[in-house]
Design a protein around this ligand. Structure first.
Ligand code: AMP
Length: 507
């Protein structure tokens, strides 16, 4: 079926043709008509299958048919993203898809100067892509007129409705009193979060094209079991046997990511790190160098696990297992995008077997074992006292803000002692607390909630079992949210510059 059959205007289909999009992907085929009918939508589809276009194209189509003078602070479509990198990427897609339209869009995020963002909003925009923290900063300064928002999109919706981001999302949605349409898109949707979405959506249509949390069929997954102390040797072995490939490797901690980079450089493997302790300028540079191929290996925390679309990533390595099973789906989804194929290797220490089992239960696949080389050496000390990654002394990398502390008072209906509270329970208690503090004053048109120096130490380097049990997400550490500390740079995020014509194997 061609894009024209979906009723999209010619300037849009012309732009798609230029991008090499021939036919809509399954999520696009299902979601675009529902969005055009102004329905609330939950869109669930595997990573890399065209979700951005699925929600952007019909919204652009609507906006282009209804031109009018923009007012100060106006933003008719508000797209919220958990990370700055993803926000920049979505905005780039918006610009590409709307290149033949008189649509004005902008992107606001932390870590860069707020002044140009205020100037852009003063003129009013049709589409605003934002990270929640900076959006709220702008709102406090009166730069955004929430009443003009007609459509709100939560990309990576399960993360946005998770405990770290939820208070901000509720405040924003509550302040947008004239919302006519809400769209939630993600590749994963834990049951508890899905339950929450019912409070935010009105009579939603659910469009899903594959079982939720399914990993792409074209990813060849494997797990290599080694002791934590020799993980780096295992990784070097894998990298050397995949020379000249574009590789992204995920570490649990920011500090661990930096140390892996140092170790790889020592081995003459060129790598850059991207994580929440880097300035926005460094983050942009690392991602750009990776995109343009000048640095072939990107070492990332879960900041880069969701949504980031760098064509040509052939290998994903999980140096540490993620803290929550869903993150695995997003991490390995950095490869095999838009119909391509890819490889994902997970390095698993004995103490990480538990989270590996939870991942396998989630994706309903037993990940095949890759034999580890028998003679993996313990890493030698690095010059100048550089210590190795893989220990658990660095902070576990969250994909966002630290969840608020739980109130220690046991309340009626609270989870029994000893039983970990469910995500829903944790989320609701955060909401309760915020409501008491009055931070959800404007509920608007939303229904009320129902309420190594691990070196040579052998096998205990990467485990952080306790940390691995909780769901973590939120705006600050990574995503440019309200507490983000990287405010030094004024540079804007880089753009993908190797967008190529795509074949439509899966599209
Ligand atoms: P997304 O899941 O939105 O990050 O998209 C994944 C990749 O697929 C991006 O590089 C898009 O540019 C590309 N893409 C999206 N829709 C199509 C389509 N219909 N045909 C070809 N490529 C597409």
């Amino acid at each position: 079926m061609p894009f024209t059959a979906l009723g999209l205007r010619k300037p849009i289909t012309d732009a798609l043709e230029e991008l090499g999009y021939e036919t809509p992907s399954p999520i696009q085929t299902k979601a675009i008509p529902a969005i055009m009918e102004k329905r609330d939508v939950i869109g669930l589809a595997q990573t890399g299958t065209g979700k951005t276009a699925a929600f952007t194209l019909p919204l652009l189509d609507r906006l282009s048919g209804d031109s009018r003078t923009r007012t100060k602070g106006e933003a008719r479509v508000l797209i919220l993203s958990p990370t700055r990198e993803l926000a920049a990427q979505i905005h780039k897609a918006v610009k590409e898809y709307s290149k033949n339209l008189a649509i004005r869009s902008t992107c606001v995020m932390g870590g860069v100067s707020i002044k140009p963002q205020i100037r852009a909003l003063n003129a009013g925009v049709d589409v605003l892509v934002a990270t929640p923290g900076r959006l709220e900063d702008l709102a406090k300064q009166g730069a955004i007129d929430y009443k003009t928002v007609e459509t709100i999109v939560l990309d990576e919706a399960d993360q946005m409705l998770d405990i770290g981001f939820m208070p901000a999302i509720r405040r924003i949605m509550g302040a947008c009193k004239n919302i006519e349409q809400r769209l939630l898109f993600s590749a994963t949707m834990p049951k508890e979060i899905k339950q929450l979405t019912k409070q935010y959506l009105k009579n939603p249509v659910e469009v899903s094209v594959a079982p939720v949390s399914k990993t792409a069929d074209k990813i060849e997954q494997s797990v290599m079991r080694v002791n934590a102390g020799v993980k780096i040797s295992a990784v070097i072995h894998i990298l050397k046997s995949h020379e000249n490939k574009r590789v992204i490797m995920f570490c649990r901690t920011k500090r661990g990511a930096d140390k892996v980079v140092k170790r790889l450089k020592h081995e003459k493997l060129d790598a850059a790190a991207i994580h929440g302790n880097k300035s926005q300028n460094q983050r942009v540079k690392a991602l750009e160098a990776f995109r343009n191929g000048s640095v072939p290996i990107l070492i990332a925390t879960d900041i880069a696990a969701r949504g980031i679309d760098v064509p040509g990533i052939e290998l994903v390595i999980n140096y540490d297992l993620p803290q929550v099973p869903e993150a695995y789906v997003h991490r390995i989804g950095r490869t095999a995008r838009a119909g391509a194929s890819g490889i994902a290797v997970t390095i698993c220490a004995p103490e990480e077997e538990d989270i590996l089992r939870r991942i396998e239960r989630l994706i309903k696949i037993q990940i095949p074992t890759m034999e580890a080389p028998a003679d993996l050496p313990m890493p030698a000390p690095l010059p100048r006292g550089i210590k190795m990654a893989g220990n658990n002394r660095g902070k576990p990398q969250r994909s966002g803000r630290r969840p608020p502390r739980q109130n220690s008072t046991v309340k009626k209906g609270a989870p029994k002692k000893g039983k970990a509270p469910s995500i829903l329970e944790k989320a609701m208690s955060a909401v309760d607390r915020a409501e008491k503090e009055g931070s959800f004053a404007n509920e608007g048109n939303f229904s009320e909630p129902q309420k190594p120096k691990a070196r040579n130490r052998g096998n205990n380097n990467s485990g952080n079992k306790k940390g691995g049990q909780g769901r973590r997400s939120g705006p600050n550490a990574e995503g440019g949210g309200p507490n983000s500390s990287n405010k030094r740079s004024n540079s804007r995020p880089g753009n993908r510059n190797n967008q190529s014509k795509r074949s439509n194997n899966n599209f």
